[in-house]
Design a binder for this molecule. Structure first.
Ligand code: ARG
Length: 460
């Protein structure tokens, strides 16, 4: 006696193989609170339409409340006989109300229900993900505050390039997170459209009020086209793009922490509570959180590909393929809720070795650009300045010495333009202090950037 929503025209129950393929309640059960919220709004609209009298509405709402409490406590659980969350909850309602429970399905279909439930679920959980993102961004901002003036060897191609402040570097990981937060906000505005009232695909002949239902469920508006409403999964794909993008950002941060904590860099030491050991090598201290953050990006990107590929070429309107939208969406939420707090804890407790960063900052002739810029300020065309400085670097490489260790005579031999004054720009501190323009790595603009980032984060 499988509970089913569609037995009437069939001579027998579904084959076991079909039932096993079709069942989704093992993963869509988490939509139950949202389905129940939709049911309450739908019951009210049925009463308003004269399809439930006041007494019936009272009983219906009380039964929905009771069912919600039973779901929350675990007293009501879906069984293997329930095809999906909607089927299970109708069974729960029938158990409480008898035949009256069967009235709630009027004017409603699982097609508009499931699209509504998933929107509600994702809007709710997007807020949770955003708050976890803010915590990670806050952790990075707090570390950056300590290192507004700490020099570090900025890199391109993982080669020492130009000195930067480590605060600027850390904030370069905050900016992508700020964009992700904006993406979630933008996404929410587009996701705030209610499909409920669209029925299976054609709307309803009953005098429902989709706009009122939308408001009651916290949506900005109801869907303007019932066919699109049940066929549209843009909101899932777009959500998964945002979570994939977050995954990519976390993977780049994770990769850098892996490098920074290596013996070769030694820039950062992780707190014991946020590092792992080895089962055989007693000395090991590994950055597993950073690696898992890097690794999780694969499944987040995969989730986006799963849903886009599933949707491609699907004819309007609802197709059962679309049941495959939920697991990637839930998984994206679950993975981010796991990885973000761990990363935030790891970042906020790590110790930055400012001494080692500062020592590394000038290594690899990172001040060569300062020489070229100094020549430019003296009127030398940059093309020539680049050439002259290149010769100076080549000499230093050959002699295994620093830029400021070249004698006055050797400087003059390279170019008439190179007088001993050039040494005034050959310090990391002066190179950083000289970077005062908006968005630059100097302590001044970095302090401004810190304040602006903190202002943005406070709005969440
Ligand atoms: N479990 C289905 C899903 O997740 C619900 C909608 C089923 N509708 C249908 N007509 N079979 O997509």
């Amino acid at each position: 006696n499988r509970t089913s929503l569609w037995g009437g025209r069939f001579s027998g129950g579904p084959a076991e193989a079909l039932a096993r393929l079709s069942v989704s309640v093992q993963f869509d059960w988490r939509l139950a609170p949202y389905d129940l919220a939709g049911s309450r709004a739908h019951a009210r609209v049925l009463a308003h339409a004269g399809l439930l009298d006041a007494e019936e509405l009272g009983k219906m709402l009380a039964a929905l409340d009771d069912l919600e409490a039973a779901c929350a406590s675990g007293a009501f659980r879906p069984t293997v006989e329930d095809e999906d969350v909607h089927t299970a909850l109708e069974r729960g309602l029938l158990e409480r109300l008898g035949t009256l429970g069967g009235k709630l399905r009027a004017g409603r279909s699982r097609n508009d229900q499931v699209a509504t439930d998933l929107r509600l679920y994702l809007r709710d959980h997007a807020r949770g993900v955003a708050l976890r993102l803010v915590e990670l961004a806050d952790a990075l901002v707090e570390q950056a505050e300590r290192h507004v003036e700490t020099p570090a060897p900025g890199m391109t191609h993982v080669q020492h390039a130009q000195p930067v402040t480590f605060g600027h570097w850390l904030l370069a990981h905050v900016q992508p997170l700020l964009r992700d937060l904006e993406r979630l906000r933008d996404w929410d505005a587009r996701a705030a459209v209610s499909p409920l009232g669209s029925g299976a695909l054609a709307g309803s002949s009953l005098p429902l009020d989709p706009v009122q239902v939308a408001k009651e469920l916290g949506f900005a508006t109801a869907a303007p086209n019932s066919m699109d409403a049940v066929a549209d999964r843009d909101f899932v794909a777009e959500f998964l793009f945002v979570t994939a993008m977050i995954g990519v950002h976390l993977s780049r941060l994770g990769e850098e922490v892996v490098m920074w904590t290596s013996q070769e860099f030694g820039w950062v030491e992780l707190d014991d509570a946020f590092a792992t050991g080895s089962s055989i090598m007693p000395q090991k201290k590994n950055a597993d959180i950073a690696e898992l953050a890097r690794g999780k990006s694969g499944r987040l990107i995969g989730g986006l590909m799963t849903v886009l590929t599933m949707l491609k070429g699907l004819p309007l309107t609802y197709d059962r393929d679309m049941q495959e939208d939920k697991e990637p969406a839930f998984d994206a939420v679950d993975q981010l809720q796991l990885v973000l707090p761990a990363l935030a804890g790891m970042i906020s407790t790590m110790t930055v070795r400012a001494d080692r960063l500062a020592a590394a900052a000038p290594v690899g002739y990172t001040l060569a650009t300062e020489v070229a810029d100094w020549l430019v300020r003296k009127g030398v065309p940059f093309r020539e300045a680049h050439e002259i400085t290149g010769k100076l670097v080549a000499l230093c490489v050959a002699r295994d010495c620093a830029l400021d260790e070249v004698s006055d005579e050797d400087l003059a031999a390279i170019s008439d333009h190179l007088d001993p004054d050039v040494r005034s720009v050959l310090s990391v501190k002066s190179a950083l202090a000289a970077r005062t323009t908006y968005g630059s790595t100097g302590p001044g603009p970095v302090a401004d950037q810190l304040a602006a980032a903190a202002d943005k984060l406070i709005t969440w």
